[in-house]
Each structure stands twice: as C-alpha cells, then as structure tokens.
Design a protein around this ligand. Structure first.
Ligand code: KIV
Ligand code: ZN
Length: 526
C-alpha cells in the first residue's frame, strides 16, 4: 500500500521572499485558490506579524478557503498571537513557529543578555524557549508545527533534543529545514533516519522537510528525506524562494509519480493543475521560468533534433517519461479571437483557474477585444497576462493613463506621461538617453522619486509579430527590492507600466511594513 506524503506549499511565504517578488492580497488569494485546485494539503499563507498586508492575506485565505492554512511565527509570543489572530476564523488553522538551532545561528543571532554567554547556555535557552512557545501556540490551536531553523547544519544530538522537546510540548509536525541548502542527499536522508531512531516520541509527530536550493540539491534532498521517513514536504511552485529558492513542488511530485515503480508513495496532488499554477505564479511574481526548467519550462516537452522528433513520431515514450497532459500542458492550443464573445472568454478563464467578479470580467473583456483587434489570435498566455495586468494590478495607487514618446535616429528622445492617482492625474515630460529612459525620467519627475533601477528586462511572452511584450523592472530601496511587470504590444508602454508598478509595490511596502521595536522584521530578515 502506498503511503501518503503531505504537501505543504510555501509559495506565498518563502516563495514571496524571493528578491522583488512581493505579491498583493488579491494575487495571493488567487494563487491560494489555484493551490486548492492543485490539492495541496497545507498552504503557508504568510508571516502575519511582519506587516498588515501579510496579516490581511493570511486572514483572507484562512477565512475563505477550506484547506489547512499555516501562518509563520518566530518563537515569540507577539508573533504567535498575531498568527492566531490572522487564522482564528479559519476552518483549519496551523501555527508554524520556529527557532534557530545550529551553533552558527545560535552564536551569531542570539545576544548574551537574553540567551546566556556560552554556547551551552544559549542552547538551553533555545530549548526552553521552543518548548514554551510550542505550548503557547497550543493554547490557541491543536495543529502546531515547529521548525528547527538551519537543522541541516545542526549537531544531530542537539537536534534530537530539540525535536523531542517540541513534540513533548505538543507540536504535531516537526520540520527539519536545510535552510542554507548545505547538505548532500545521502547526508540529509541520514539525518532524518537518525532522528527517527533517536527521538523517543517521534511517532507522535509528522516529520517534515524544507530544503533550499543553494547547491541545486533541494529536490534530491527532499526525496532522500522521504525515503528515510519524512512524510511532509515543504516546497514552492517553480521552486521560487529565498536566494536560490526552495524545492520545487512540481519536480518532487512528478518524481514521485513517474517513478512509482521505485517508491510507493502517493500525494493528493492533481498534477494536471501544475502548469496553470506555474504560469499564474510566474505571472504574478514577475519571476520568469527558465526555458529548460524541469516539468514547467517552455522546452520541457520540446524535441529539437531530427532523431528525437523521428522517435517521438513513432512512439512518444522514446523521449518522454511523462506526457505533457499529465502536468496540464495542452499541446492543442485553444485560440480565442474577436468573435469568441464574452461567454467564451469567461469559460476559458474559468478553465485556467481564475475567479473574477462580473465587473472584472467586463474589464478584461474590453481589454481582450482591444488585444484581439491587434493580434487576431489570443492564446492562453495572453489571457493570463490580461488577468494579471488588468484585473489585479488595477487596484494600485498609481496607474499609467497616457503616454506619448518621440524617438528616432536624429531626435532627442522625449516622453510625456500622465499618471492617475485616485481621481487625480499628474502629467510630466522629460528627455532621456532613449525612449525608455525618457519615460522613466518623466515618471520620476511626476512622483518626485528617484529609485535605483536594479534590473530591467524585456521579452516577448506570446507568439507572433504582434506578440505581447513583457517588461520587468526591479527597483531597490535600502535592503529591499520591488518588482514591477508591464505588458503591452508596445514595449515602451510595457516598460512604463512595469516601472509604475514597481513604484506601487514600494509604496505599498512603505505604507504597510511595521518596524517592531525590538528588531526590524522584514521577510528578508528571517
Ligand atoms: O528555510 C527555513 O529554515 C525557513 C523556516 C522559517 C522554516 O524558511
Ligand atoms: Zn525557507
């Protein structure tokens, strides 16, 4: 009989810690709905104490969706209380609390005054604090997960003590993160096997793993942990996350599915929803999926060489270990055009996993007609972009209302832009080194801001000469970066939209991020 592996998706928490990937509440909710369709077991929706926006997103997801919703909390009362407040009206709340356990973290992060002078004293304090805080979380909910941060580099004896203590305090899931992506698959698997042997109450909790990808081994480490007794995997769509990211959900799931001959594990994941989830996350975060990415990359099912194509025509198993349809990649592309009508558009958007109000549908339909006029054939990717661009981003502070650009071989590039700010408009003009620079300068003048542009990329996201162009702009302010994405058949307009959106993300962060007195909490500081 196959054993169930629980899938804990942390796209909305660790995934959102990817540089520049901040998501607004609407986008998070939409992704959460898609994760429910995908049938993940647990959604980690955010870190409520870190900002009102995080709190609101966790609350909305917990209130409205019937799935286990986890909220992250450091081993501190203020965090745990905030996590509970966000989750309290949800059907299936989980508080996920954590503390660092490796010597490097304990010595590097915990001050002498509060934690003790020596490593031994500090370790004792962390042990007690973990016990107390799991107990505290248990006063609010039954479902408590405890993570031993940097477990990958934690001494096995101390790790076993921490795990035993957290279970004794009532934790029902114990997570063993390889926070820095340091371990090798055999070593990490061995660590899980050792814990199963050493911890006397280990059967009272599910062992979970959470692997980062700094050495490109996150998925391999996760699979090795499963073989050694882990029964929950923490992962993200497209493998996004802090630094090099987290273990990718789609790779773990398809490895388990494709090699059922090897391993008898099952998950509840509906693999045909993987591709929609991947596209949605990429669209909302602005993090492009590399073409050769396993399972969801553009080339994952493309066969280039003649020999391969010939083999595929004779029998597709010659070069494909899974079918594109297994992960929801539809080879026969559904194409809409200007005669498709509002109902046809609604049906296709439903199939792609979107939910919208009648007003939003009308708005997208208008945009769809404009696009169909320019492009004739409108593909799924065009629709995904319209949804992200027109429905969810539209509720932001500044909106590009009008743009005019003069550029040419012998002219000084000049741009005039008009921005909508609620009911008001601001108009400005500027010159620049090129048409995009002129637009950015005009926007900066209008808003009286001068952020550092960290990166700027343009690419075509759909097919054909009239393809939609996507611009992604990342700006930086102190230790945080913010990404904006703009789409249009005109790449200058796409660039201006992207810049305005990045500024919107920055403004949102400024308005909602709270600086808790003791230490500054940002997602990057975890
Ligand atoms: O990587 C990590 O250790 C984490 C914990 C908070 C679980 O993200
Ligand atoms: Zn992590």
């Amino acid at each position: 009989m196959s054993e169930k592996i629980f899938v804990f998706d942390t796209t909305l928490r660790d995934g959102e810690q990817s540089p520049g990937a901040s998501l607004n509440v609407y986008e998070k909710f939409e992704i959460a709905r898609q994760l429910v369709k995908l049938k993940v077991d647990i959604i980690e929706a955010g870190f409520p104490v870190s900002s009102p926006a995080q709190f609101e997103a966790v609350k909305r997801i917990a209130d409205e969706l019937d799935v286990v919703v986890a909220a992250l909390a450091r081993a501190k009362e203020i965090d745990i209380k905030s996590a509970y407040d966000a989750l309290r009206n949800g059907k299936r709340p989980r508080i996920h609390t954590f503390s660092s356990t490796s010597d490097i973290h304990i010595l590097g992060k915990f001050g002498d005054e509060k934690y003790g002078k020596t490593l031994e004293e500090k370790r004792k304090t962390v042990l007690k604090m973990s016990y107390d805080m799991v107990q505290y979380a248990k006063t609010f909910v039954d479902d408590v997960e405890f993570s031993a941060e940097d477990a990958g580099r934690t001494d096995i004896g101390y790790l076993a003590d921490i795990v035993e203590t957290a279970i004794e305090a009532g934790a029902t899931t114990i997570n063993i993160p390889d926070t820095t992506g340091y371990t090798m698959p055999s070593e990490f698997g061995q660590k899980i096997a050792e814990l199963k042997k050493r911890v006397k109450n280990v059967d009272k909790a599910i062992i979970s793993v959470h692997c980062h990808n700094d050495l490109g081994l996150a998925v391999a480490n996760t699979l090795s942990a499963i073989q050694n007794g882990a029964r929950q995997v923490e992962c993200t769509i497209n493998g996004i996350g802090e630094r090099a990211g987290n273990a990718s959900l789609e790779e773990i799931i398809m490895a388990l599915k494709v090699r059922q001959d090897l391993w008898k594990y099952k998950t509840d994941i509906d693999t045909t929803e993987i591709y929609n989830a991947s596209r949605m996350v990429s669209g909302f975060t602005g993090i492009v999926v590399q073409p050769n990415k396993a399972i969801v990359g553009e080339n994952a099912f493309a066969h280039e060489s003649g020999i391969h194509q010939d083999g595929m025509l004779k029998n597709n198993q010659t070069y494909e270990i899974m079918r594109p349809a297994d992960v929801g990649v539809n080879k026969t592309k559904i194409v809409l055009g200007r005669h498709s009508g509002r109902h046809g558009l609604k049906v296709r958007l439903d199939e792609l996993g979107y939910k919208f109000t009648e007003d939003e549908l009308q708005k997208v339909y208008t945009k769809f007609l404009e696009l169909a006029d320019k492009k004739k054939e409108v593909f799924d990717d065009d629709l995904r972009i319209l949804m992200g661009d027109e429905v969810y981003k539209a509720r932001e502070m500044y909106e590009l209302d009008y743009l005019q650009v003069n550029a040419g071989t012998f002219t000084i590039p000049t741009a005039t832009i008009r921005l909508k700010v609620g009911e008001e408009t601001i108009q400005e003009s500027s010159t620049g080194d090129g048409p995009v620079d002129a637009c950015f300068n005009a926007i900066e003048r209008a808003l009286n801001l001068k952020p550092t542009v960290e990166s700027y990329n343009v690419r075509s996201v759909t097919q054909g000469r009239q393809a939609l162009g996507e611009a992604i702009v990342r700006i930086r302010s102190e230790e945080n970066s913010f990404t904006g994405r703009g789409v249009s058949t005109d790449i200058i307009e796409a660039s201006a939209k992207a810049y305005v959106q990045a500024i919107n993300q920055y403004q949102l962060y400024q308005r909602t991020n709270i600086n808790l007195s003791e230490e500054k909490i940002t997602m990057q500081s975890i």
